[in-house]
Design a binder for this molecule. Structure first.
Ligand SMILES: *Cc1c(COP(=O)(O)O)cnc(C)c1O
Length: 396
């Protein structure tokens, strides 16, 4: 067991000291106006990060999974149709949740490593002339496989079919790390959590509802109490929660939003892209393949690396922890033992990433993989370094 940081799991992510401290505060009366000074900046900051002008933002004491439940239980009724693709463990779990809620899910089985099949969505939606499908689910970044899907393409599929279904997007491992455009993509519910891009402990489910989703709240009949957005909204009108809010976490979120918006979202995304690209160059130098099947799908927050046939990828994660005090992610579900995952989102620098790559190399060499020490690190260094020729090129 190790308490060493940085970790290279795809969430929870490394917490900067100032955010940890922001979460650690003395008790306030959460029904006093002081709470509004924490709540309201959180709501407006999240709206900016989602790139929405008008979304209703709700923050629940929960993890991202509670955000999924908030989306479903507030907008749907038993037997409603849902269209979803299963291309990894996280999309699988959201489908499972739909089924346990008595929803009628049309599942498009998609090979793990591929993106969401927008063309299949379009065909299915076109054939659904009765409009039995009420919601299309889309996992923006499938954390199990390191695949980022094209949400704009899913929106185009809905529009091309002229279908009125709502579009719900799981952005838990993308929002605040990779570009997300709630309004432009016509997303009706966006779901995220505190422990990934926001660099906080787990404990907040963060959701945005479009006006269309808020209208669906009025007619939906699935049971909901704790996650009822109407109760939460009424609480917000009085600068409060319908129950006790996680004040410290929200104080952390307020500061996290300030820091992200100060850095500038485009700079945050560029930093994630640069770090991720260095990781991909390292993987290439090792002679290994990614789980994601094509470059358009490469995630900038997590890289799932395939190991050779007959090798148990989980051994890499186990040994990195036991011998080098470093945490990587195991393969989940269908790709368990076939991939290991390098998380690279949240609070991370190039230099921190190099330490992760160097450690992964030592572990793989220890385990007998045919990899040369330093090869991946060198490839990443070459990409990360600020050499004089690079500076000259940038200036030109
Ligand atoms: C982490 C994650 C979740 C939510 O998990 P929680 O543990 O409930 O916070 C959902 N979807 C994706 C894509 C994730 O990466």
């Amino acid at each position: 067991m190790s308490f060493q940081n940085p970790v290279f799991i795809p969430g929870p992510t490394n917490m900067p000291e100032f955010l940890r401290r922001a979460c650690d505060m003395s008790t306030i009366d959460h029904r006093s106006p002081v709470f509004g000074n924490i709540l309201n900046p959180c709501l407006s900051g999240v709206r900016k990060v989602l790139k929405s002008d008008s979304a209703s933002i709700f923050i629940f004491p929960s993890s991202g999974t509670g955000g999924w439940e908030t989306a479903l239980s507030n907008t749907l009724s038993a037997g409603d149709g849902v269209l979803a693709a299963r291309n990894g463990m996280f999309s699988h779990r959201w489908i499972d949740m739909c089924q346990r809620h008595g929803l009628n899910v049309t599942v498009v089985e998609t090979p793990w490593g591929q993106g969401l099949p927008a063309d299949r969505y379009e065909e299915i939606l076109k054939a659904d002339t009765n409009h039995d499908i009420k919601v299309v689910l889309a996992t923006h970044n499938e954390t199990a496989t390191g695949v980022r899907s094209d949400i704009a393409a899913v929106r185009r599929a809905l529009d091309a079919a002229g279908h009125p279904a709502l579009l719900f997007v799981d952005g838990v491992s993308s929002i605040a790390s990779m570009d997300f455009r709630m309004d432009e993509w016509g997303v009706d519910v966006a779901v995220t959590g505190s422990q990934k891009g926001f660099m906080l402990p787990a404990g907040l489910a963060i959701v945005g509802f479009s006006e269309k989703a808020m209208n669906a709240v009025e007619t939906a009949t699935l049971p909901r109490t704790y996650f009822d957005v109407r109760d939460m909204g009424k609480g917000y009108d009085a600068n409060a929660f319908p129950y006790t809010p996680p004040v410290g976490l929200m104080n952390g979120l307020k500061l996290s939003l300030d820091v992200l918006l100060d850095e500038g979202l485009d700079n945050v995304f560029a930093r994630h892209h640069r770090i991720a690209e260095g990781v991909r160059r390292a993987v290439d130098a090792w002679g290994l393949e990614l789980c994601a099947v094509s470059p358009d799908l490469y995630s900038d927050t997590v890289t799932a690396v395939r190991t050779p046939e007959g090798f148990n990828a989980t051994d890499i994660v186990t040994r990195a922890a036991s011998e080098y005090d470093m945490a990587f992610g195991v393969g989940l579900g269908e790709v368990a033992g076939k991939v290991f995952r390098i998380g690279h989102l949240g609070s991370l620098t190039d230099a921190m990433m190099l330490s992760g790559l160097a450690t992964a190399e030592m572990v793989m060499v220890d385990l007998g993989l045919d990899i040369k020490l330093g090869s991946g690190v060198a490839a990443a260094q070459e990409f990360y370094r600020h050499g004089s020729d690079k500076a000259a090129k940038a200036a030109a």
